[in-house]
Design a protein around this ligand. Structure first.
Ligand code: AMP
Length: 276
């Protein structure tokens, strides 16, 4: 991979990297299209990163379809699909971890200990292997995006980080490879996430400034469906990710729920032109 990147750089082309875990949907494809607009060469990495999964999580059953992913990437302006084996990324004796300490604590970090260390470590490795000038990430995982931005600043990495808006299904559900786990009934229940985002925005637009009250209202709405277990409903500052008491123009509403065995997340600015 690095030899390919060096040859591409020698041809005077900038490289844009799109890190993914595969099982592509329109969200992934939108990142690939953004990458093609940013640089002369596009690399998509496809790696289900074992060190970002907890022992009780879904590493083994995470959806995979390399043939389909290759065909979808081939239809986009993707120059290289980098799909390393886990043993090549983490050979015997591997023990280094990168921790972006504060940003990793709350939200998904609270329920998934070690997750963001696994993410930061694999992204740093991918940056060193692929040597991109630009890397594209989705706002779907906005805590991850904030952590990568911090990682790049803190370690003086010479990579520009670009965030892309969430791509949604027609009924509002944020696209996710994990949506494939949902039964038909669970798929109906999953609409609660984008409904909660929309309602949160309506409350904010209607003058609600108390984050605690807004959270309580959304929590009870989500919990009204017995198949939904709320992990968190949070109102945080968009860049520091610190919980806010008062809603303002920087407030991001972040949600995580479990529907059956499937963990789903969503988020959006409380005052945003985008629709949930
Ligand atoms: P994943 O394969 O789920 O690890 O996601 C790879 C990249 O695609 C990450 O930067 C995600 O934030 C991004 N992504 C996943 N789902 C969406 C979506 N619905 N819209 C936009 N980006 C997404």
């Amino acid at each position: 991979m690095t030899a390919w990147s060096n040859r591409t750089a020698a041809e005077g082309k900038a490289i844009a990297l799109v890190p993914t875990m595969g099982f592509f949907h329109e969200g992934h494809l939108s990142l690939m299209r953004s990458a093609a607009r940013q640089a002369g060469a596009v690399v998509v990495s496809l790696f289900v990163n074992p060190i970002q999964f907890g022992p009780a999580e879904d590493l083994d059953r995470y959806p995979r379809d390399f043939e389909r992913d290759s065909a979808l990437a081939a239809r986009e302006q993707v120059d290289a699909l980098f799909a390393p084996e886990a043993a090549a990324m983490y050979p015997e004796g591997f023990q280094t971890r990168i921790a972006v300490t504060e940003l990793s604590q709350g939200l998904c970090g609270a329920g998934r200990p070690g997750h963001f260390e696994g993410v930061a470590t694999v992204v740093a490795k991918l940056f060193h292997i692929v040597r991109p000038q630009v890397a594209i990430f989705g706002e779907k995982d906005f805590q991850q995006l904030a952590i990568i931005r911090r990682l790049v600043r803190d370690l003086d990495l010479d990579v520009e980080i670009v965030g892309q808006p969430i791509v949604r299904e027609a009924d509002g559900l944020a696209m996710s490879s994990r949506n494939a786990y949902l039964s038909a009934a669970e798929r109906q229940s999953a609409r609660c996430l984008s409904r909660a985002l929309r309602w949160g925005r309506e409350l904010a637009a209607g003058g609600e400034t108390d984050a605690g009250r807004l959270r309580a209202a959304l929590e009870s709405m989500l919990a009204a469906d017995p198949t939904v277990t709320v992990e968190y409903v949070a109102v945080v500052h968009e860049t520091t990710l610190r919980p806010q008491q008062q809603i303002d123009r920087h407030s991001r509403l972040a949600l995580a729920v479990k529907i059956g065995r499937t963990r789903l997340i969503d988020n959006g600015l409380l005052f945003a032109p985008e629709q949930g």
